[in-house]
Design a protein around this ligand. Structure first.
Ligand SMILES: *Cc1c(COP(=O)(O)O)cnc(C)c1O
Length: 411
């Protein structure tokens, strides 16, 4: 009898996006003429910049010639890409890294999901609430969380509440946490931590021999000087933090797939008898065993992100979305809504008017103005009473959506 991993049964159904799709489909059926604008998805919509396309075309041709053909590449990624990442994204900010501290992958989703494998099952996991669901769900699958209770929380997980009262800045946990997931700038709230605020977490991790798993997928959207682009800008972070970055949101790679994870050789975990063990060694072993690397063609595309033209083109891409974020922020504020985020992130998080339930507000937005967003409660219990809009649509749609909200939404 083949037994299953029963931890999977502890996961609540992937209710959020299925339920959104169901409600939108029903509305469409009843209102076939409605022009629905989707500001709910966390996916980019602009095409890949030309420098990237050109580089991938060249790489395709190389694969057609026996002199330049490539088979299996290094599981950790090609040095031509790793070196450019280090020089452009890290050295420029005063951070030195060795090439074997950067691992190229097919996505931050995979990496933030897989990283928990190299940690013991008895670790106490802390996540912010609301949260990007991957951190929690992968720990549920591994059996690290206990079971879901009435309040929608897993018994063994430490939830770090982020709400308007604490300005979406999580407080240090009361109970010691071993693995701490932080996402800055944040999805879904669009808010950030300053250097000083992040230092509190680095100091906590050092004092408690904890590890910070730092998701910097939205680093390119940072506009304010006091928000760190990398956790390694904080003194001591190279001893306690793993950083995840992705080409998905800065360069439009959501369908193309390329990301990176930084595991400094100085970050240590411990055996039960207290011996130190470098996480870099474990992650390298995990990746070389289970992962075959990102295609050469894709890594050549990612390399072009770092050419002069590529840098300018991805800046224009991010600027385009950030202009949408500005339009949404200013439009919603003038419509009298209480909003957060959108300054250093492509997400605008809003407090539902009159303490409306997140799903009730979803229905209202869909019915009154034909706009689809994401109910905050889908990201965790503390997301209740909030709602997420994204800046990843086209400018035309974003302008139209805001015009509708300003003129037709009755709140
Ligand atoms: C989009 C996103 C990522 C990037 O995921 P990829 O797998 O690299 O596309 C990572 N973390 C968060 C919070 C995200 O929203």
């Amino acid at each position: 009898m083949a037994l299953i991993n029963e931890n999977y049964l502890k996961l609540p159904g992937s209710y959020l996006f299925a339920e959104i799709a169901r409600r939108v489909a029903k509305f469409k059926e009843e209102n076939p003429a409605a022009n629905i604008i989707r500001l709910g998805i966390g996916d980019v919509t602009r095409p890949l910049p030309p420098a990237i396309i050109e580089s991938m075309h060249k790489a395709v041709d190389e694969m057609a010639d026996e002199k330049t053909f490539r088979g299996y590449g290094p599981e950790q990624g090609y040095n031509f890409l790793i070196q450019k990442i280090i020089d452009t994204d890290y050295v420029s900010r005063g951070i030195s890294l060795d090439t074997d501290e950067v691992f190229i992958s097919d996505g931050s989703k995979s990496d933030v999901g897989n990283i928990q494998e190299i940690f013991g099952l008895d670790n106490i996991v802390a996540i912010t609430d609301p949260v990007y669901p991957v951190y929690l769900d992968t720990n549920v699958m591994a059996g690290r969380t206990g079971v879901l209770d009435q309040s929608g929380r897993f018994g063994k997980v430490t939830y770090l509440v982020c709400n308007a009262e604490n300005h979406f800045k999580p407080a240090l946990p009361e109970k010691r946490a071993d693995l701490i997931y932080l996402c800055v700038p944040n999805n879904p709230t669009g808010t950030t931590l300053t250097r000083d605020e992040l230092k509190v977490w680095v100091d906590y991790a050092k004092a408690n021999q904890s590890i910070i798993l730092y998701d910097a997928a939205y680093e390119a959207y940072i506009r304010e000087d006091n928000v760190p682009h990398s956790i390694y800008e904080i003194e001591g972070a190279k001893d306690v933090a793993v950083e995840f970055r992705s080409f998905s949101k800065n360069a439009g790679f959501t369908g193309t797939r390329c990301a990176l994870t930084v595991v400094p050789k100085t970050v240590m975990g411990y055996t039960t008898s207290g011996e130190k063990c470098a996480l870099n060694k474990l992650w390298n072993r995990r990746q070389t065993t289970k992962f075959n690397g990102v295609p050469y063609i894709i890594q050549k595309g990612a390399e072009a992100v770092y050419s002069a033209a590529g840098q300018q083109q991805i800046k224009a891409l991010v600027d385009y979305y950030m202009e949408n974020a500005r339009i949404i922020r200013e439009g919603l504020a003038s419509a009298g809504l209480e909003i957060f985020g959108g300054v250093n992130a492509p997400y605008i998080w809003l407090k539902t008017p009159n303490n409306m339930d997140s799903w009730a507000f979803f229905d209202k937005l869909l019915t009154d103005v034909h706009i689809v967003g994401t109910p905050g409660s889908g990201f965790g219990p503390s997301g209740a009473g909030y709602f997420r809009l994204t800046a990843f649509g086209s400018k035309e749609n974003t302008l139209q959506a805001i015009e509708r909200i300003k003129t037709k939404l009755i709140i």
